[in-house]
Design a protein around this ligand. Structure first.
Ligand code: F6R
Length: 260
């Protein structure tokens, strides 16, 4: 795992650089998209590059990490709507090429299995953008999640409900208790995982991600087994890293030919 500690605006640029390089090299790239606040600045950077430098997503396909169960289709906090507003409708992404687990299906396990099949049929995710919860979740794989899990129903923790109440007018009781999420093994199948973490509230989770024992207690720690993870973290999120000095030295001494 490569840990890059830089100010938040630069992290967004670096994440956008990774996506842009992939899409320019292969216009049919498959992108894994997270919602939440962490990737927003990176999406804004990609929108600017679309308008100013002709970066096109017309040939790309996207898979979302997760979706709340049971929200009305037009609910503004529904992740399918959030990602459209935050990113895909602001560029030339085709709606028909943006996929999420069908969290309004009558048969949720069947919808999860269908989502896994679709990801596999599309050749798998090339670049997976992820945020991290204060409790160490990626996607909505809360503590205790199987490290071998695939897309399935999960119950959100009280902390995640409280953290996400801001997207529901501050009303914790309005946040759905259940979601469908790609599993940890699903996320691990992506070719390159780009994790963004900003702010002090992520410090313990970032420490466990990079330096803790690999454990379902801190689900993101499974990424230590992935061959290509770029963890982009700002100073407050990096504040509990024991090897922060080494990560800084490594990034400063990075050979020019070696990309993220
Ligand atoms: C969102 C998702 C979540 C968030 C995480 C961090 O699709 O899967 O894992 O990435 O909860 O949320 P923010 O970025 O809002 O701090």
């Amino acid at each position: 795992m490569e840990v890059v500690i830089r100010p938040a605006p630069e992290l967004a640029t670096l994440a956008a650089d990774i996506v842009e390089a992939a899409v320019r090299a292969d216009p049919a790239s498959v992108l894994g998209l997270a919602t939440g606040s962490s990737p927003l600045a990176a999406y804004n950077a990609l929108v600017r590059r679309h308008h100013e430098n002709g970066l096109s997503f017309a040939g790309c396909r996207a898979f979302m990490l997760d979706e709340y169960v049971g929200l009305p289709l037009d609910h503004p906090a529904r992740y399918a709507n959030v990602i459209r507003e935050a990113f895909t409708a602001r560029v030339d992404f085709r709606d028909s090429k943006i996929h999420g687990p069908d969290a309004n299906a009558d048969d949720l396990p069947a919808a999860c299995a269908a989502y896994e099949r679709l990801i596999a049929q599309s050749g798998g995710v090339d670049i997976q953008i992820v945020g991290i919860g204060a409790d160490g979740h990626i996607g909505f794989n809360e503590p205790g999640s199987s490290l071998g899990s695939r897309t399935r129903l999960k119950t959100l923790t009280g902390q995640t409900l409280a953290d996400n109440a801001r997207f529901f007018g501050g009303d914790v009781s309005a946040v759905p208790r259940h979601c469908l999420t790609q599993g940890l093994a699903t996320i691990m199948s992506a070719r390159h995982v780009v994790l963004l973490a900003v702010g002090q509230s992520k410090a313990e989770a970032v420490h466990q991600l990079a330096e803790g024992a690999v454990s379902a207690r801190w689900p993101a720690s499974v990424l230590q087994h992935h061959p290509h993870v770029t963890a982009l973290v700002d100073e407050p999120a990096a504040s509990m890293l024991e090897l922060a000095g080494y990560y800084r030295e490594t990034y400063a001494a990075k050979p020019p030919w070696q990309r993220l």
